[in-house]
Each structure stands twice: as C-alpha cells, then as structure tokens.
Ligand binder design. Structure first.
Ligand SMILES: [Zn+2]
Length: 486
C-alpha cells in the first residue's frame, strides 16, 4: 500500500464557517442524488464486460479471475468470474490478461510545441494514458485546447490544468528567446488577484515557480487554500525545500531539494539570495541557470545524509513528481532506446523529422555525459520513497523529446529502478494523481463506482513494469478507444 496523504486545503476555522460548508456539502449531495435519479444511467444496459481477468491496482493489489462490468463511464460490477456470465454489452475475454486503472501523466505541457498539440490526446490514449495534468501554459493558448478535449464527443484523456507558472518579478519562461509559460507575480496583492483570476478561468490547481519571493510564495499558498485549489510547485531559489515543501501539495522534478540536503545548505541559500540581489539585470532564465550552474553539482557532492533526513521528514506529506525521464535523461536518451524508432513514427511528421534528425546526430557524435545529476535523482527518489514520501508519475512531455504517452512508460520503469515495486509504480500513475485532486473515490483503482478508465495488458506488469507497454485495449470514459490490430 502506498502512503496516505492527508492535506487540509481549507482555511475554515470558525464553527460558523464549518457549518456553512457542511450545509453546502449536504445541498450538493442532495442535488447530486436528484440528478442521478433523473438521469437514465441506471436503466441503460452495461456497455462493456471484461471477463476472467487479473486486476492489478494500488488499492486492492492483485485479484485474479475477476469479471468487470462497465456502464457508460462507471464501473458497475467487479466480481469473481466463476459462474455463468450474465453480462451484456461487448464482452471481452480477459483470460491470460491484466487490467489496470487508466494511467495518468501528471506533468505535461499541451501547448509547448504547437505542431504536437492536436496529436497529443490520441497519442496519450493509445499508450493507456487516460488522464493528463497540464502544469504550465498561458490561458490564451491553453483554454481552447482544454475546451476541445472536454467536449462531450471528444476522444481525449481527462485533463486538469494550472494555467501559467506563477513566477517572481522576473519570469523564467518569459517568452523572450524561449517559450512563454510563466507570469510575473510581484506582490502579495498580485498573488491574491492572480489566483482568484485563475480560479475564475477554471484552473484545477496552481503551479508556483522558482523566482517568487518568500512573502509572495506565502500569499499564493493562502490564496489557493482559500479557493480550495491544490498547489503544485518548484522550491523557490530563495527558500529551502524544508520550509516551502510542507506548505504545498506537490513538488516537481525534486527541484532544489538537493540544495537542502547539502552540508552547507544555509551558506548556499545565502549565496543564492546574494546573487538574486546583485544580478538585477539578468533575465529570469539566466539567473536560474547561473545559480544552478554554481550550486547543483557542488550540493550533490556535499550531500549530508543526516541533514537530508530532516529535509525528507519535512516533505513526508508533499507529493513528489520527480520526472525521472527528464532528470535522468543522460542515463538513456530517448533516441538511444530500441523502441524509440517505432514510437516516433506516430508523431506528426514535422516533429518526427526534427527529432529523428537530432537523435541521428547525437548517435553519430557520441560524447561523454555527466551522470551525477541523473544518478542523484534516482537515489533521492528511492531514499524519499522508503521514508514514506508519496510519488507521482509525470514526464514533462513533450520537453526533452518526450513522445506523448510513450514517455510515461519510461517514467514507470525509472520509478522501479529507483526502488518502487511495479505495483507502487502503477500507484504513482493512478492512485496518487487522483489523491492530489481529492478524486480517489472516483479514480485510481478498479472498484464499483470508479470511472471507466482502464488499460488491458497482454503481459503481467508485476513481473516486469515494462509490460505496461503491452497494451491489448484502452478504455476511456467507458469507450474502447484503442485496440491494436491483431
Ligand atoms: Zn514542466
């Protein structure tokens, strides 16, 4: 079983507020009950039945010989397969096969590469990724994409989004010579207004970035809690992971945690603050690069196990998305893997050509790669996971030549290399993302009442996590959306 994360997202302190919230909740339940009794779902026949299959999920572990019945977008029955099959709808023989919950990619950028955006939903689905979380993009570009993906007839993963990276007075991704993904949040007032505007625009969570000041960080956290928005983040450069981490729900890339694990962490923090103060003319991107260049490898070399123990203890309740396929890119660049060539043929041609060309050049001109950062990310993931820190699987697709969908399976493999079992790795791509949004009663496992997102595999993912790529069928929102030709 994976560790349970309990986060209090509400700032309600008075009894009155508590009762108001309870009444509101009762009212929504009543409304929901009325709606459910009015809809025709209970009258409709089951749409899909998967018989005699082995179920594997992070809540129940492994259950062999089960029959799962779906009606529209719900699992309506999970029972031992013995006895006559009363099921109707399309019947799929699951013997010798394995059923896992639909996978999440917990870190994607749908609008990062324009030529890829339209192709991404289908690519995700054919690799079993039935939910994605977009962790940074301008609302202007993002909202039309979200709207298309959420249209009632769309064949697309479920999608959750944050809008822009909430950065400091300087913005790392400022659109000058690189993508525009961030927005400046210069003051605590600004923080409140920005979060309120994001909530109005429908954002599902916020993402705090690296150049915010500590007071803006605090104001963003408070504003998000007031509006019940989960909080994703990088550890800001001028803060320590042990101080920032416990205030938020998630940290991406293990970013700047190594700086807190160094014996000289306090001195490094002072140095970062000095650089930020002195280098006023540097762009946000250059400032971050300068700091990283000066501090990351020395911090890793100065790793202090006793100090890191305190850091990890402080992060016990903060979901980590280590994006190992990106952090550990140098260990196995995508173009060097045997299945890259077949996967890349699925990508739209202009990108396919660019990426293939890049890969060929790299392979033709091999060079020594620095593996210290990559190895440290795997090491830290293992250490943190063993101490009960929860983990989620995200890839940063399409950054770093990440093929949508395909790259998630690499992330699962790297989580296992770091020390998770295959079942825990599957949990990181199913149950933990659902928990981040408080949706674990609806998503992340195979049980009655859960949404009908499922992946049928031809080989046992507990025997080898790489078997999550052996996909026989993908079901999204109750519909069979992918089935390779026999
Ligand atoms: Zn990202």
């Amino acid at each position: 079983m994976l560790p349970v994360v309990v986060k209090f997202r509400s700032n309600e302190t008075t009894a009155a507020a508590h009762w108001a919230a309870t009444l509101k909740r009762l009212w929504s339940l009543l409304l929901l009950a009325t709606l459910l009794s009015c809809t025709s779902i209970p009258d409709k026949p089951p749409t899909v039945t998967i018989s005699n299959v082995t179920l594997i999920d992070a809540v129940h572990g492994r259950r062999e010989g089960q029959t799962v019945v779906l009606r529209e977008d719900r699992i309506v029955s999970v029972q031992p397969a013995a006895g006559p099959l009363r099921a109707v709808g399309r019947v799929i023989d699951g013997s010798g096969r394995y059923l896992i919950p639909g996978l999440w990619d917990f870190h994607v950028h749908l609008t990062y590469t324009d030529e890829l955006t339209a192709a991404m939903p289908e690519l995700f689905l054919r690799y079993g990724v039935t939910s994605v979380r977009d962790t940074g993009g301008t609302l202007e570009k993002l909202l039309p994409v979200i709207e298309r993906m959420r249209a009632p007839d769309a064949v697309a993963p479920r999608v959750f989004f944050s809008g822009p990276l909430l950065d400091g007075t300087r913005v790392v991704y400022d659109g000058v010579g690189r993508e525009l993904l961030g927005t400046a949040v210069g003051s605590t007032d600004d923080a409140r207004q920005t979060v309120a505007a994001l909530k109005r625009a429908g954002a599902d969570f916020i993402k705090i970035y690296e150049l915010v000041s500590p007071d803006v960080f605090q104001a963003l956290v408070e504003a998000a809690r007031d509006l019940d928005l989960p909080i994703e983040s990088h550890v800001p450069l001028v803060m320590l992971a042990r101080d920032a981490g416990p205030l938020v729900d998630g940290i991406q890339h293990l970013r700047n945690i190594e700086l807190d694990c160094a014996a000289n962490a306090e001195a490094l923090l002072e140095q970062r603050r000095r650089i930020a103060d002195q280098e006023k003319s540097m762009s946000g991107f250059d400032l971050r690069s300068a700091v990283r260049e000066k501090q990351i490898l020395p911090a890793i070399a100065n790793y202090d196990a006793a100090r890191c123990e305190e850091t990890m203890a402080a992060l016990r309740g903060t979901l980590q998305g280590p994006t190992l396929r990106l952090n550990a890119y140098n260990l196995s660049p995508p173009y060097s893997r045997p299945d890259w060539e077949s996967a890349i043929t699925l990508v739209p041609e202009p990108i396919q050509n660019q990426w293939r060309e890049f890969g060929k050049n790299q392979l033709a001109n091999p060079r020594e790669r620095d593996l210290r950062g990559a190895r440290f990310s795997l090491f830290l993931t293992g250490e943190m996971f063993r101490r009960g820190v929860p983990f989620a699987a995200g890839t940063d697709t399409p950054i770093g030549f990440a093929i949508p969908g395909y790259s998630l399976h690499r992330e699962l493999e790297l989580l296992v290399e770091s020390g998770l079992t295959p079942l825990q790795s599957i949990g990181a791509a199913t149950l933990e993302p659902a928990r981040f949004f408080g949706l674990e009663q609806q998503m992340g496992s195979i049980a009655v009442g859960q949404k009908a997102d499922l992946v049928l595999l031809t080989a046992d993912p507990q025997a080898s996590i790489s078997n999550t790529k052996n996909i026989a069928m993908v079901i999204s929102k109750g519909q069979v959306v992918f089935e390779p030709a026999p």
